[in-house]
Each structure stands twice: as structure tokens, then as C-alpha cells.
Design a protein around this ligand. Structure first.
Ligand code: HEM
Length: 418
């Protein structure tokens, strides 16, 4: 924030010995992520991310990425993901039924558990129940250690033969084995379970004559979807509860909206048109606390932007956190105002002033899935509960791969109805 405010829309700096450019204007974001997408690759941290994701959609490049995106994207359009809505809301209802009135909980841990469970069910359906203990633990360990692998001090840590590194490798190997076994059993059985794995198993590259995915490729995609899909969402939900607790007027308006659904049972995708305010609350929460707070690209083919020629090797950094708190696009930027997200509000701003899901050909594959999941979770939980912040608690920022709150987020559930 300091760099952008002091040095403007293009700011040069060095980090970890590398030369970087921070780009903080929607037009520049558009240039790099969309217009010059073919001239850049994902830069920083990519090799490290491959340790966990393998060559999945998030980390692959070039023709492999293009092919995989073409194969997987159809499973993620709005219509194809809609049937998962009921499962998402039911999982939220089941999990929050354990909450006790007035009993302190860590909202972030609760949201992680919830979105992890939904990611597991939507990807692997019932297989997960069978393998729950084994796969669940391996995913938890791998996710926890991912941050260590991605940390700037990872090179130091990698020199250690035991400890963290061993635990990470064990967890990764266990996950590889379990996922590969599930894939092979599925292929052998040939049944369509309606989950994302079934869809990926049966996807073909229409008319292009390319083979379906290998077992190993599928495994990497499963790992990617699982990790990319749950942590980001949990972070978005966590900040949403935090902001609602601090903004009673917005919470009251949300409660009024969900109370219109009071006689209905578990929510489904069909309720989404009646959860417009919930969606605005989420949009505003992701403006202030974008779960992916920083995107970076390395230039491979020189091009000019903003009057500067960017030579090959330049690392450009674009922070949704910085642009989305810029008063040129969001007046009174630090204040939480879901009302910014009316249709008129949206159309009054430049398109790339808001990019929590990235932009261009690498834009989040799970965006429709994420909006549906977040809206149904917010709606389902807000019907039953109001989460109060522990008095005096102020959440700090822990900007790692995602923008998490620092430490636990202590909140107190208050039951809204029985
Ligand atoms: C609030 C939730 C989410 C946020 C904020 C988010 C954000 C992002 C962002 C910013 C990117 C682009 C990264 C870059 O360009 O460097 C991305 C990519 C991706 N996301 Fe999400 N995401 C979310 C949920 C999900 C979900 C639920 C899934 C899957 C079920 C998912 C799957 C992916 C995949 C596969 C990519 C890589 C796409 C590609 O490179 O072709 N995301 N996400």
C-alpha cells in the first residue's frame, strides 16, 4: 500500500534479490493479465507450488494448461455446478448444528473444516467417507505444510533431512497413493457418481481427438482443485463474519433477507436469486480482504505498458488488496459498504478495479462454484446464527498464500432461531 501510494501506479522495488514492478491501476492489470497473457508466465513460487499441486491447472503452463483447461472447464460452468448447492448448504447446516450458544469458537478453523468437507464431497463423493480418516489427515498435513514450502525461507528448510520436509513428503505420498487408488477403482468400475471426479474421468476433448487424462494428470488436477478450492473460500467466509460482526447495520439487512426464507428447509441453488444482499456482502468482503491478495507474472516476451518497456525476466506484481482499496475507484475505501455492489455501482467502476478471482485466460476456474458456495454458506448459517466477535479482538493480517487472519478468530455464536 505504501509503495503504491508513494510511487504511483507503477512502482519498482526489490524483494529477495529480485526486481519487481508493482502495478496498481486497473488498466495495467488488464494489460498484463488479459492483453499480454501470452507474453507472461506465472513467476514467483511456481516451482515450489508444483511440489504440492504437481502439474495441475494452477501450476501448468502452455499447451498442457490450455488442454487441461479445455477438458475441465465444462464441469465448472454455472449450470453444471448448481446441483452441488444442496450438498453445500446441508453440510453447513450439519456442521453448525454442533455449535453451542455462547461458546467461543475459532471462526477460521470452523470455515476451513466446512469448506474442506465440501471440497472432498464434491470431488470424490462417497469415496471420501470410505477413506475419510486417511485422506482427511493427509490433506490437513499437506495443507498445513504448504505454507512452509511456499515460505521465502523454504530453501533453508529444504536442507533439513527430517522434520517438516519428511512430514510433507509423507503426507504428499499418502495423498498420491489414495487419490490414485480412487481413480483406478473408479475407472475399473466405470460408474458415474455425479461428482467432479466422474466428470473429469469422462471428459473428452470434443473434436480435437486428444486422449482423456492419464491417472497421474487426474491426480494432480484433484489435488489442485481440492487445495485451490477450500482454503480461499474459507478465508473469504472468515473475513465476511468478521466484517458483519463489526457492521451491525449490514448484518441486520442480511438477517432480514435470509428471514424471508424462514419456512424453507435446506437451501439450494434455486434460492440464489433471493440471496442478492448476501452476494453483495461477500463481494464487499472480498474487496477488503481478497483471499488471493497478490498475483504475479514473469515477462517472457518484452512489451510496453504505461510508457515503460518491460524486458524479459521482469516480475510484475498485481495486488487486488491494493487496487481494491484505492479511493479513486472505491470512495471511503476502508469502510465496509455492501451497497457498493448494486448493478449501478458495479457498472460505474472500471472492470479491472476488482479482481479477487484474477483475470484473463488464467482467471479462477472455480469462480461460479465459489460464488454459489459462499452465498449458500452465508445464507444457511445466517438463518440460524449470528456470530459476535470476542470483545476487544482486532484481527491482524497474515499474508501467506492466502490472506488469512493472524491466529484464531475468536467468535461467539448466538442462535437466531430454533
Ligand atoms: C473465494 C474463493 C476463491 C478465490 C478468491 C479464488 C481466486 C483465484 C485466483 C485469483 C486465481 C488466479 C491466480 C492467478 O492468476 O495467478 C484462481 C485460479 C484458480 N482457481 Fe480459484 N479462487 C477461489 C475458489 C476456487 C474454487 C472453489 C476452485 C475449484 C473448485 C478454484 C479453482 C481454481 C483453479 C483450478 C485455478 C487455476 C486456473 C487456471 O490457471 O487455469 N478456485 N483462483
Amino acid at each position: 500500500m505504501g509503495l503504491a501510494r508513494e510511487y504511483g501506479d507503477i512502482a519498482y522495488y526489490k524483494s529477495g534479490g529480485k526486481e519487481m514492478l508493482l502495478l496498481s491501476h486497473p488498466d495495467l492489470v488488464k494489460e498484463v493479465l488479459a492483453n499480454h497473457a501470452a507474453d507472461v508466465v506465472k513467476g514467483y513460487g511456481l516451482e515450489k507450488a508444483k511440489k504440492l499441486f504437481g502439474e495441475g491447472l494452477l501450476t501448468s503452463e502452455g499447451t498442457l494448461h490450455d488442454r487441461q483447461r479445455r477438458l475441465i472447464q465444462p464441469a465448472f460452468n454455472r449450470v453444471r455446478v448448481a446441483p452441488y448447492g444442496a450438498l453445500m448448504a446441508a453440510t453447513a447446516d450439519r456442521m453448525t448444528a454442533r455449535w453451542r450458544e455462547g461458546e467461543l469458537l475459532d471462526a477460521h478453523a470452523e470455515m476451513i473444516q466446512l469448506t474442506m468437507s465440501i471440497a472432498g464431497f464434491t470431488l470424490f463423493d462417497a469415496d471420501l467417507e470410505k477413506e475419510a480418516a486417511e485422506i482427511g489427515q493427509a490433506f490437513v498435513t499437506a495443507t498445513e505444510l504448504f505454507d512452509t514450502v511456499m515460505s521465502p525461507l523454504a530453501w533453508l528448510w529444504e536442507m533439513l533431512p527430517f522434520g517438516h520436509r519428511r512430514r510433507f513428503q509423507d503426507a504428499r505420498a499418502r495423498l498420491d497413493d489414495t487419490i490414485l487408488r480412487i481413480i483406478r477403482e473408479r475407472r475399473a468400475a466405470g460408474t458415474d457418481r455425479g461428482d467432479l471426479l466422474s466428470r473429469m474421468l469422462t471428459s473428452t476433448d470434443g473434436g480435437q481427438g486428444e486422449a482423456v487424462m492419464s491417472d497421474e494428470q487426474l491426480r494432480d488436477e484433484c489435488m489442485t482443485l481440492f487445495l485451490a478450492g477450500h482454503e480461499t473460500l474459507a478465508t473469504a467466509m472468515t473475513w465476511t463474519w468478521y466484517l458483519l460482526a463489526r457492521n451491525p447495520a449490514a448484518a441486520a439487512r442480511l438477517h432480514a433477507e435470509v428471514d424471508q426464507l424462514k419456512d424453507e428447509r435446506t437451501l439450494t441453488a434455486e434460492h440464489l436469486p433471493r440471496l442478492r444482499y448476501a452476494e453483495m456482502v461477500l463481494a464487499e468482503a472480498m474487496r477488503l480482504y481478497p483471499p488471493v491478495w497478490m498475483l504475479d507474472r514473469r515477462v517472457v516476451k518484452p512489451f510496453a505498458i504505461g510508457g515503460y518497456l518491460l524486458p524479459a525476466g521482469t516480475i510484475t506484481v498485481m495486488c487486488p488488496y491494493v487496487v481494491q482499496r484505492d479511493e479513486r475507484f472505491f470512495p471511503d475505501p476502508e469502510s465496509f459498504q455492501p451497497e457498493r455492489w448494486t448493478a449501478e455501482g458495479r457498472s460505474s467502476r472500471p472492470r479491472f478495479s476488482y479482481f479477487p478471482f484474477g483475470a484473463g485466460p488464467r482467471q479462477c476456474l472455480g469462480e461460479a462454484f465459489a460464488w454459489m458456495e459462499a452465498t449458500l454458506l452465508l445464507g444457511s448459517i445466517a438463518r440460524q446464527w449470528h456470530l459476535e466477535l470476542k470483545p476487544g479482538h482486532v484481527a491482524g493480517l497474515s499474508p501467506s498464500v492466502t490472506l488469512r487472519p493472524q491466529g484464531p478468530l475468536p467468535m461467539i455464536p448466538r442462535r437466531r432461531r430454533n
